[in-house]
Every structure is written in structure tokens, then in C-alpha cells.
Ligand binder design. Structure first.
Ligand SMILES: *[C@@H]1O[C@H](CO)[C@@H](O)[C@H](O)[C@H]1NC(C)=O
Length: 512
């Protein structure tokens, strides 16, 4: 009898530890955002601009890959035209105005500005395009927030090894300096690099992003080191040459999902998973002593030795490099979408390729079917995972100021996106819970303003709060229900679960 009650209590407690959060989040009807909290939306150059070879732009790694191996993309498509934002940027600004955002986060195409990869040649037409976009935003009081690197490396630099060549620290620094010089009089928020995990682990350690190198457990770790050093270089250049006169901020956007233990036996496994999958990039910048997380350093070094490598596959930082990288982000930029359940038992032996990051981490992850909102959703909805992540960031890194740079939901389409509305509301509510407990979160941006080229998924996954008609030459952008809900959240600076957006008019819709 006692044993049965004990077990019952344990189960209830496990449930209440992880899942009680959901109940708390959706119960309250109207929740206010604090004064000064800012809202925006996000996009990236290759996903929307098109005009891949116009006005002097040269190929980047996505142009190269999609032209050489089109069907590595699910629908064999590419970003040659995309939303044609290179020509239609005024329409993008129009929908940003109609939404009422505080800022718009977009990225620069390196080869549009520097077609030779290096600053020996600045392409005036490319500079003009970004000047036009920036000025159009400022005209309507929308802050431009720029990502320097959102995955479209110059193809020539890739041929020199890309993010595994130590010289990229100089190359990226040179590019950043030009961007600050050209646009920094008007742009005050700079993100250096978007999602180092995806750049390195998807692009160098796998076939999930360009340049699909698939050198697991080796190239991904090399990339990690030089992405972090290049980011730090761009930060120091701003600090030393521009901050005094331009007065802006420089930060990095990490991708971090939440990894929840499958059972109480998996708590250490889930901790390790969080360290290998995002701590690897966060720890060197945010931990008090910098450097890679100790568990990652030790595990990779031990496995490398056992596997016959003369040195760790995770190339260590020198003490000078540790100091150079530590503390180089004015905000903790966070891209978050979903949660995974993590376990570790015998079945992890031989589960992954050796070597690989996942074999080093010794974890197996999966998502639960009950986390789905419907049959067509492509992002599992787990708001309490977002809350747990924000709590861990607050506790592990001394409550840094956080910008949520990306959060969003993918579907296969339709204007009545009740599933996306539910996702956004519940994630914002979880964020407000973390803020009530002291998390210093200052901004929230939805990925994405518009449907766009979703990397290896092509145009098959739609993340936009505006739907895009890819058949129409003007790539017609139409507000979804979620756009109306988001507009009301920004107008009232509050989250109201009962608000029905059906009678919100989007005045600028007319005539398009
Ligand atoms: C490992 O754990 C998973 C998830 O709990 C389970 O499905 C699997 O059967 C376990 N494998 C072994 C070998 O114990």
C-alpha cells in the first residue's frame, strides 16, 4: 500500500514539475507587458530578397548549392526570386506599418555589398538597396535591427574553408566594419551571427543546411570555434571603432531548444544535451569563466583519445581566446521554437555515427505526439519548455538581458491559422511567467513576418503571419489571423486570450 502511494506521489510530482506550467499560463485572461517592452518580426536576406544575381551580387553558398544540386531542397526550389523583396521592400514596410511593430529584424547579404567577399570593392547598388530599406523603415518610426550573417556566406570564402578557416575571423570582422561604417549612423541594433548551432552542426556536421559538408564531430567543432571568434571580432571592432560615435548594441542570436529529461533517470542526460546543443556556444560568451562547457570539453577530449585522435576534435581555446570571446554580447539573443524529451540508456551505444556530436553527447531525443496542436503543424507546441529554458538562462548566466529574436510556428498554409495563434499566445504567456519571476526579457519577435524560403524545406513550410502567394508576380502578402492577433497584442501592450480578431481591420490591406 505505502509503495503504491509512494509511486503515485512520484508520478504526480513529476507531472507537476514539468507540466503544471501549462495550466498556469493559459488560465489568466489579460496579461500586461511591462513598459518599454518591444515587439518585432524577423526575416533573412536569402529567404526573401531574390534578385540573386542582380546589380552586381555574386553567389553565396545557398545560390551555389541550390543551383548545383536543386533537389537537396524538398521541392527542388531556391531563393532566386523568393518574395522578390529586393524590388518589393516597400510592400514589406507597408505590412510592418499596418502591424504596428517597434522594430524589423532583417539580414544583410554579404555578396550584395561585397561581391569579391572582401572590402576591396563595395557594390553601390547593394548598399543603395539597404539604404532604401533602412530609410523607409525610419520614415515610419520602425527601428531597423540588422543581422550581419544569416547563413549566406560568399561561395568563394566557402571554397577557402568557410567557417573552418581561422582567417574567417579577419574576413568577418572586415565585413562587419563595412556594415557599421555604411549603415551605423542609422542602425543601432546589430546581431553578428544568427544561430551558430545551425551554421556549424547543420552545415558542417550534417546535410541539413548549406554547405552540407557532413563531417560530423570534426568540422562542426572547428566551425564552432571560428564562429565564436569571428563574432567576438565583430563585437570588439564595434566597441573600439564605432560605439562611442554610434552608440548602438551588438549581440548574437543563439538557437536554443529545451531538452527535458524523459524520466528522473535522465536528468543528467538532459543537462548534457542542453550543454552540447546550445551551451557549446553560450558558455564561452556568458559563463563567468568563459570557455566551452566543462562537460563538453571533457567528454570530447576523452572520446577523441579513445578513438585514436591525437588531440581533441573540439579544438580548445587558448587562454587569450577565452578572454577575447567572454562577455561579447550586449543582449542574449534567443531563437526558440520547441522542446525535446531526452533519455540515455544502453540503446545509445551504436545509435549514432562515430564520431559525431550526438555520439559525444550520448543522448537520444524525440518529441511527443501529444505536443501537436493539429495534423498540419510542423513545430510541436510546448510552452512550458520555453519557460524552463528562460529560467535556466536566468539562473545559469546571472540573468542577462534577453531579446527573443525568433519564435514561431510552421504550417502548410491557410489564412485562418488558429494553431499559430494558440502557439504564439501560449509561448508569450510562458515568457511572461518567466518575467514575473525576474527574467530580464526586453523584446519579442515572431519568425516570420511573411512566408518565405524555408531552407531545405523550400516553400513547403509556411512560418509567416502573412501568407504569400508564390504564383503571383507581386508575391501578394495577405494578413493571416495571427497577424491580426499580433497587431492587437502590440496595440494594447497586453495578451488577451479571449480577444477575437475577426473584426480588426487591416486598413492598409485595401488595394493589394
Ligand atoms: C531506453 O529507453 C527508451 C525510452 O524510455 C526505451 O524505449 C528503450 O526500450 C530503452 N532501451 C533499453 C535498451 O533499455
Amino acid at each position: 500500500m505505502r509503495g503504491a502511494y509512494g509511486l503515485f506521489f512520484l508520478i504526480v510530482c513529476l507531472l507537476c514539475l514539468s507540466e503544471s506550467h501549462e495550466i498556469k499560463s493559459s488560465r489568466q485572461d489579460v496579461r500586461k507587458f511591462p513598459d518599454g517592452f518591444r515587439f518585432g518580426t524577423s526575416t533573412a536576406s536569402y529567404q526573401i530578397e531574390g534578385a540573386w544575381d542582380e546589380d552586381g551580387k555574386t553567389p553565396n553558398i545557398w545560390d551555389h548549392m541550390t543551383h548545383n544540386e536543386p533537389c537537396v531542397i524538398k521541392d527542388c526550389s531556391n531563393g532566386d526570386v523568393a518574395l522578390d523583396s529586393y524590388h518589393l521592400y516597400k510592400r514589406d514596410v507597408e505590412i510592418l506599418r499596418e502591424l504596428g511593430v517597434d522594430y524589423y529584424r532583417f539580414s544583410l547579404s554579404w555578396t550584395r555589398i561585397m561581391p569579391n567577399s572582401f572590402p576591396d570593392k563595395i557594390n553601390e547598388a547593394g548598399v543603395q538597396y539597404y539604404n532604401n530599406l533602412i530609410n523607409e523603415l525610419l520614415k515610419y518610426n520602425i527601428e531597423p535591427m540588422i543581422t550581419l550573417y544569416h547563413w549566406d556566406l560568399p561561395q568563394k570564402l566557402q571554397e577557402l574553408g568557410g567557417w573552418t578557416n581561422p582567417h574567417i575571423v579577419d574576413w568577418f570582422g572586415d565585413y562587419a566594419r563595412q556594415a557599421y561604417r555604411l549603415f551605423g549612423d542609422r542602425v543601432k541594433s546589430w546581431m553578428t551571427v544568427n544561430e551558430p548551432y545551425q551554421i556549424c552542426n547543420h552545415g558542417y556536421g550534417d546535410v541539413l543546411k548549406a554547405p552540407i559538408l557532413n563531417m560530423k564531430g570534426v568540422a562542426d567543432y572547428m566551425c564552432a570555434k571560428y564562429v565564436l571568434l569571428a563574432h567576438a571580432r565583430a563585437y570588439h571592432i564595434y566597441d573600439e571603432e564605432f560605439r562611442a560615435s554610434q552608440g548602438g548594441n551588438v549581440f548574437i542570436a543563439f538557437s536554443a531548444q529545451w531538452y527535458e529529461p524523459e524520466s528522473e533517470n535522465d536528468i543528467v542526460a538532459a543537462q548534457d544535451c542542453n550543454q552540447f546543443l546550445w551551451g557549446l556556444y553560450v558558455h564561452p560568451i556568458y559563463a563567468e569563466n568563459g570557455d566551452y562547457p566543462p562537460v563538453v570539453k571533457q567528454r570530447v577530449a576523452a572520446k577523441s583519445a579513445a578513438q585514436g585522435y591525437p588531440r581533441s576534435r573540439l579544438i580548445e581555446f587558448t587562454p587569450e581566446e577565452i578572454q577575447y570571446v567572454r562577455g561579447t554580447s550586449d543582449f542574449f539573443g534567443l531563437n526558440h521554437y520547441t522542446t525535446y524529451s531526452v533519455y540515455r540508456n544502453e540503446s545509445v551505444q551504436g545509435y549514432y555515427e562515430i564520431p559525431s556530436l550526438y555520439d559525444d553527447a550520448e543522448v537520444i531525443l524525440y518529441q511527443k505526439t501529444e505536443w501537436s496542436l493539429g495534423e498540419t503543424d510542423l513545430v510541436k507546441t510546448v510552452p512550458w519548455g520555453f519557460y524552463n529554458l528562460l529560467k535556466q538562462i536566468r539562473e545559469d548566466y546571472n540573468n542577462p538581458p534577453v531579446y527573443i529574436i525568433e519564435n514561431g510556428f510552421a504550417s502548410q498554409g491557410g489564412l485562418m491559422d488558429d494553431d499559430r495563434v494558440q502557439y504564439i499566445r501560449n509561448y508569450m504567456s510562458a515568457m511572461l511567467d518567466a518575467m514575473q519571476e525576474g527574467s530580464d526579457i526586453r523584446a519579442y519577435s515572431i519568425w516570420s513576418l511573411v512566408d518565405n524560403f524555408e531552407w531545405m524545406k523550400g516553400y513547403t513550410q509556411r512560418f509567416g503571419i502573412y501568407e504569400v502567394d508564390y504564383e503571383a508576380p507581386e508575391r501578394t502578402r495577405t494578413a493571416r489571423k495571427s497577424a491580426r492577433v499580433y497587431k492587437e497584442i502590440m496595440r494594447t501592450r497586453s495578451l488577451d486570450f479571449s480577444f477575437d480578431p475577426s473584426d480588426i481591420t487591416m486598413p492598409l490591406d485595401e488595394g493589394h
